[in-house]
Structure formats: C-alpha cells, structure tokens
Design a protein around this ligand. Structure first.
Ligand code: ZN
Length: 243
C-alpha cells in the first residue's frame, strides 16, 4: 500500500476513534497529516463532516503554495487552514497535528496561569513538552495568529494549550499523535478530578518526572500497537472508514 493511502486510513481511524472518545465537538476540530517533506502539502478533514463518518478518501489534500485565501473554496474550515498550515511548515517534527476541544484538557486550559501538573505516570509523558498560549483573542481567522501560535512551539514543545479554547498536539506520525492526544486527555481528566477534591496534591518531582518521560519515549512500538488495535476494532465494526 502506498504511503499516502496508509496515512489516509490511519487519519480516518483517528477521527473515528476521536468521536468514540468524545474528543470532537459538533463538526468542528481538525486533524491533519503532512505528505510533503516541506509540510506544504497536507491531508485534513473536509469542512462539515462529522468525525464518526470520516472516510480515508474524503480527506482533503491541501497544497499551501496554491491557496492564497482562507481555504474555504477548497472545502476546509478557515480556522483549520490558518492553524495547521503555519505549524506544518514551521515545525519539522510536526508531521501530524491534532486540534481538539476535548473536555478535560480544555478545562485545564481555562484555569488562570495553569501549568500541567506532574500528578501521575501518564502526566510525566508531557514533562517540559507543553507550551501555553494565554492570549485568547477570538477565533483563529488571521494568518498572524497562525504564525504567533507556531512560534510558541519551540524547544521541543509538541503540545500547545490554547487558553480558553482547547489543545493542539504535534507528532511525527498519526499513531504517535493520536496516542499523545489520548494520554493528554486521560492525564487531564485525572488532574481535573484531583483538583476537584480540594485536598493537597502529591506531585512528582522534576527528576523523577524527567526520567519517567524518558522511559515513555523509549517504550517500543507502543503508539503503533495502539493504533493497530484501534484499526482492527474499526475493521470489525465500521470498516467503511478505509474507503
Ligand atoms: Zn478550536
């Protein structure tokens, strides 16, 4: 199978599972995967399609060099276009981007001056990996906003908390990006629940958090195994995602 075809299938599977896990919101939110080395060409969800109905062949192939407006004529949401096009081109490791308003991570993004807590083993995956945008200024409809947000994701930061809005996760592959999104929401859920107890929290120190992140990073094939299993479940239950 060609690389493009496989990327389409994996991305369609990620949409279907995001819907099952309630990471979607109406027909908003967007995932994309770069398919050229310079990040100028990428696949992204068509405007208006529900995540639970996404099919591999429906993903829109965008060529940044050929678009000089808001992308709407190409069947893509303008805010998706602005956010994803800048980050794919500016950050070499951001081959795949997933933007979600998933409820627990977004809750944390709405807490004043919030910094992600090293609260549990899953949270340690994100040690010194998160950038914060604390300047919410409305919907992402200006190219300058895309550039500004891309500029925050430097020094190895591959997760962006968009204050009062949601999150953006970047990774080299669909499998790694979806796994990161999954663990981010899991760890965020635990933090919201822990904070809601009002009791003092037992946090993990920097040295242990850093070492645990390294262990996560070196854990072999975990993301690929996870996506592979999710695709097998879809093969059994809603195989039209690969069409
Ligand atoms: Zn959004």
């Amino acid at each position: 199978m060609g690389e493009m075809k496989q990327t389409r299938r994996e991305l369609a599977a990620a949409f279907r599972w995001a819907a099952r896990l309630n990471y979607h919101e109406a027909v908003a939110n967007h995932f994309s995967a770069a398919v050229s080395d310079d990040g100028q060409k990428f696949l992204i969800n068509p405007r208006g399609r529900h995540f639970s109905r996404m099919r591999a062949s429906e993903l829109v192939l965008i060529d940044t060099a050929k678009i000089d407006d808001d992308g709407i004529d190409y069947g893509v949401d303008p805010t998706a276009w602005i956010l994803h096009s800048h980050i794919h081109q500016k950050i070499p490791n951001a081959r795949v981007l997933m933007h979600s308003h998933m409820p627990y991570a977004t809750t944390l993004a709405c807490i004043e001056e919030f910094e992600f807590l090293m609260l549990d083993q899953n949270a340690c995956r994100f040690f010194r990996r998160i950038a914060y945008d604390r300047n919410y200024s409305g919907m992402l409809l200006e190219a300058s906003e895309g550039e500004r947000l891309a500029s925050l994701m430097t020094e190895g930061k591959d997760v962006l908390f968009l204050g009062n809005h949601g999150v953006l996760v970047a990774a080299p592959s669909v499998a790694e990006c979806f796994e990161k999104l999954y663990y981010l929401e899991h760890a965020s859920k635990l933090q919201v629940l822990a904070l809601s107890t009002g009791r003092p929290l037992s946090l993990i120190g920097d040295a242990v958090a850093s070492a645990t992140r390294k262990q996560w990073d070196e854990y072999p094939e975990a993301a690929q195994m996870f996506l592979s299993e999710l695709m097998k479940i879809l093969d059994e239950e809603s195989a039209d995602y690969i069409k």
